[in-house]
Design a binder for this molecule. Structure first.
Ligand code: NAG
Ligand code: NAG
Length: 399
């Protein structure tokens, strides 16, 4: 076990070292990714299945240009989908006919899927260049919750002429909804209900190699900061091309990358998450975030509190207090359904219990019936409709 951890750490540092020294920040070189087949977009997948798909840009109050997809339906029933960390809107459509996005579209919902700053679709800014300006990557889920989410929600409400929307979020997508509700009270009334898939606010009970990564994050950060490594596995980065190259090899790719590595992060389940869908996932994921964002999550785990970014000695200047302010979940007043898997190493039953006690309006709570349900099964499980979607559809129908 320890051997695996060390090997992993070593590989991680080594690969980043090589990639970063060769080209600090210059992630759009596409040198290696050019050699791989192109990856279809959310819109292309929707089109393939006979659905129209519209695309929108929205600019945040701090200048990030975010990209949204929409499969138009009844404007009175907008549902907004928000992806997890290092992910994109694609997460909600990769399971094709059984995916959440296409299931909702078939039922007549007006389906919108957002993309947070820094990912494959939202790697743009009005003045900053993500390839050159370190400042582009100076953000965490705090900015996603206080800047990205309000901009995207307002766009959806504006275009549909509604005053409220329903939402489904996965992982980090849930975090940023909690950040929004806790910091911008006026947004609570714009959200009818949120289906929280694999909810994340606390990370005190993570499993697999996550506790180790959380504990060693500060040391890793020192090394990566020294290399000016800011963007973590960008969509067109060389490191991602290497990941695809290795992990898409039939058979071995699945054993090595999924069974050997990724299942240690998300929970081991080879029945619902088999080799075929894994290859598709790896084409689309990971798709980039900031190192600071991952560090913020590690702080949440280490400090055992769902709080703003810890600047250490800089907290006084930043917040006027020695410790960063906590997000007050009791202020998140929209209705919430919590859906979790017993075998999810990231969003654990114990950590969700903490959230559940603090949120005032939990209207549904389900530990999904498949015992090996892991962090990714919420998006990609073979039996997604049977185990999860029926709960989500039932929740949305009530609003
Ligand atoms: C969105 O913004 C990007 C980057 O600025 C641009 O390339 C793209 O054409 C825009 N798309 C739409 C639909 O406005
Ligand atoms: C990063 O953002 C924080 C918070 O907005 C700010 O205090 C800090 O000065 C920024 N750092 C850089 C290098 O721009």
């Amino acid at each position: 076990m320890i051997f695996l951890k060390l090997k992993l750490l070593f590989t991680f540092i080594l690969v980043n070292d090589v990639v970063s020294y060769a080209q600090p920040l210059a992630d759009e070189s596409k040198v290696l990714s050019k050699l791989l087949p192109p990856v279809p977009s959310f819109a292309e997948i929707a089109n393939k299945h006979g659905f129209k798909c519209e695309e929108y840009n929205v600019t945040t109050s701090d200048g990030y240009i975010l990209h949204l997809f929409r499969i138009p339906g009844e404007v009175k029933r907008p549902v907004f989908l928000m992806h997890g960390v290092l992910d994109t809107a694609d997460a909600f459509i990769l399971r094709e006919e059984d995916s959440l996005a296409l299931t909702l579209a078939r039922k007549g919902y007006d389906v919108w899927a957002g993309n947070n700053r820094g990912n494959r679709y939202s790697r743009h800014h009005v003045t900053l260049n993500p390839n050159k300006d370190t400042r582009f990557w100076n953000y965490t889920f705090h900015e996603m919750g206080t800047r990205d989410l309000p901009a995207m929600i307002d766009l959806v409400l504006d275009r549909t002429g509604q005053s409220q929307l329903s939402a489904v979020a996965h992982s980090e997508g849930t975090t940023i909804f909690y950040v929004l509700g806790a910091t911008k009270p006026e947004y609570n009334s714009k959200i009818k209900v949120l289906a929280s898939l694999a909810p994340i606010a606390h990370l005190q009970h993570t499993r697999g190699i996550l506790p180790f990564l959380i504990q060693t994050a500060p040391q890793l950060n020192i090394i990566l900061e020294d290399l000016n490594y800011q963007e973590v596995v960008g969509f067109n980065s060389n490191i991602r091309a290497l990941i695809r190259w290795i992990c898409e090899v039939p058979g071995t790719g699945y054993s090595l990358c999924y069974e050997g590595l990724i299942s240690q992060l998300i929970g081991f389940d080879t029945f619902e998450l088999g080799p075929k869908i894994f290859t598709t996932i790896i084409e689309h994921y990971p798709a980039g975030t900031s190192k600071k964002n991952l560090l913020h999550y590690a702080q949440v785990g280490r400090r055992k509190s769902f709080a703003q970014y810890d600047y250490g000695i800089g907290n006084i200047r930043q917040y006027g207090s020695r410790t960063p302010p906590e997000y007050d979940l009791s202020k998140v007043t929209f209705d919430i359904g919590l859906y979790l898997g017993a075998n999810d190493f990231v969003s654990t039953i114990k950590d969700v219990d903490i959230i559940k006690k603090q949120l005032p309006n939990v209207v549904d709570y389900q530990i999904l019936a498949y015992p090996l349900w892991n962090h990714f099964d919420h998006l990609y499980a073979k039996d997604l409709p049977k185990y999860l979607l029926r709960h989500v559809l039932k929740l949305l129908r009530n609003y």
